[in-house]
Design a protein around this ligand. Structure first.
Ligand SMILES: [Fe+2]
Length: 483
């Protein structure tokens, strides 16, 4: 890593591809910053912690680097009565500790899996999602591995939550959901072999209380799930590994527009055969905003990845798969309705105009009706989020928006932070990190969630860039375990 500090824009040189240079260049220090300068005022009724997970490779990668490969690093902004402390720390996964001992990258990534040793598949790196659970922050990985429990304030890794990972099929994918009313964690695992998916529930104490196989029609690449008060919604999307390539150790993704997208609705603690599948138009789908029940219907609002089209209007399966595989994004806000009594279902586009993704919302209401979603504008070509939006997900109306510059900004996934004694769903703040290429400045920005369009009410000036990452969450003080 000799060259690491000679060129901070390309600490490992340029031979590992674009996702480890420029704004993506990783950090090498774990820091704590107090008393940071602020333009504006941090509200005194903003209390809790904003956590954002993302890849941050510690050692020079083997071969071409992909953002899914990097070691998970969490950045946190802890708000306490008008003050904020910002921290960053790697998740101490088993693989991180292994490489800590050897002092070099021991794994090859998703782009060059074949070069890795058979006993060292892709690094299980906890770099994708983060959610408050059982008093801790739970960091998870998109390929379904071992989740890790972190202290949400100090970011110390407490332990692997490996009581969920007893054998194959007992991993935990990114995007488990916590019902903040019961404290339960609902999660899924997906894998190449039959039945291709499992679904589980852990109680608020971290004990596995329910686990069932979910039979999919082949290997699939689901990414998210949803919950309602009484049900979980599992995703069966027509996106999967090419079997021949997979057998040869490569990851080639296929999209089949002849296979419907299916969502399976299963009672929270239901047996495997109680799942009910609903067919929709074929698509990929990264992220759900939220879901809830309305009478006999289950409603799910999500960001639907739009199948790419040929000039004649037909679906271009190859291009769709290519864009998914290369982290391009072309998603629209979408609503799905599934009637558990009649079996009827319906889908509708809520806003055809804007490419939006990485949704945040008031997560105290996960699985219950919410009206408001906070989503990023997505650069269609790369993993860059250029601005923030507030949506009325009933009407699809964009009621708030802000960017410091679509051409130069890198926003993190925004999350809603309720005000103390909040009086309504959107009474509170929206929090996000933003790096600005044109000013070469990093800020932590705070918005009034009920009035986003005037811009941030506070800008915390940060001493270092935060590389782009994946998911974020908000934890209220009462969600944080006291020792
Ligand atoms: Fe995700």
């Amino acid at each position: 890593m000799g060259a690491a500090f000679e060129n901070p824009d390309a600490p490992f040189g340029f031979e590992h591809g674009p996702f480890v240079t420029g704004a993506f260049a990783p950090l090498f220090d774990e820091e704590v910053h107090e008393s940071l300068p602020v333009d504006g005022e941090i509200p005194a009724d903003l209390n809790g912690v904003y956590l954002r997970n993302g890849p941050n490779p510690r050692f020079e990668p083997n071969g071409i680097y992909h953002p899914f490969d990097g070691d998970g690093m969490v950045h946190a902004a802890h708000f306490d009565r008008g003050r904020v402390v910002v921290r960053n720390k790697w998740v101490r996964t088993a693989a991180w500790q292994e490489e800590d001992q050897s002092g070099k990258a021991e794994y090859w990534g998703v782009r060059e899996t074949l070069k890795g040793r058979a006993d060292r598949p892709i690094k299980d790196n906890a770099n994708t999602d983060i959610i408050g659970y059982g008093g801790y922050a739970l960091a998870t990985w998109y390929l379904a591995g071992t989740p890790y429990l972190l202290d949400p304030i100090t970011l110390e890794t407490v332990r692997a939550a490996d009581n969920f990972v007893q054998k194959p099929g007992f991993g935990v994918s990114a995007h488990p959901k916590v019902d903040e009313f019961s404290g339960e964690l609902m999660f899924f695992d997906y894998f190449h072999e039959h039945p291709h998916m499992t679904y589980g529930v852990a109680n608020a104490q971290g004990e596995l209380v329910h686990h069932v196989p979910i039979e999919l029609r082949g290997n699939r690449l689901p990414h998210d799930m949803a919950i309602t008060e009484n049900y979980s919604i599992l995703h069966d999307l027509p996106v999967f590994h090419d079997e021949a390539a997979y057998a040869a150790g490569r990851h080639k993704i296929l999209f089949d527009s002849k296979i419907p997208t299916r969502f399976g609705v299963i009672p929270r603690h239901g047996a495997a055969d109680t799942i009910r599948w609903f067919d929709f138009t074929p698509c990929f789908l990264y992220h759900v905003v939220n879901a809830w029940e309305e009478g006999d219907e289950v409603v799910m609002v999500a960001c639907r990845f739009m199948p790419q089209r040929k000039p004649d209007g037909s679906i271009d399966e190859q291009r769709t798969a290519h864009v998914i595989g290369h982290l391009g994004m072309d998603a629209r806000l979408w609503r799905y309705r599934m009637n558990l009594k009649t079996g009827a279902c319906k889908e509708e586009c809520l806003d055809a105009d804007y490419n939006i993704e990485f949704p945040g919302y008031n997560s105290a209401l996960t699985g219950r009706y919410t009206q408001w979603g906070y989503l990023v504008d997505h650069d269609p070509d790369t993993l860059r989020w250029t601005g923030l939006n507030k949506y009325n997900t009933d009407t699809g109306e964009r009621v708030g928006e802000w960017t410091d510059g679509h051409d130069c900004c890198w926003y993190s996934e925004p999350w809603f932070a309720p005000a103390d004694n909040a009086r309504s769903e959107d009474h509170g703040y929206v929090v996000a990190f933003v790096w600005n290429d044109s000013t070469a400045k990093q800020e932590l920005q705070i918005f009034d969630a009920q009035n986003m369009s005037p811009g941030p009410i506070a800008r915390v000036k940060m001493p270092h860039r935060i590389p782009p990452g994946f998911h974020a969450c908000w934890m209220k003080p009462e969600q944080i375990a006291t020792k």
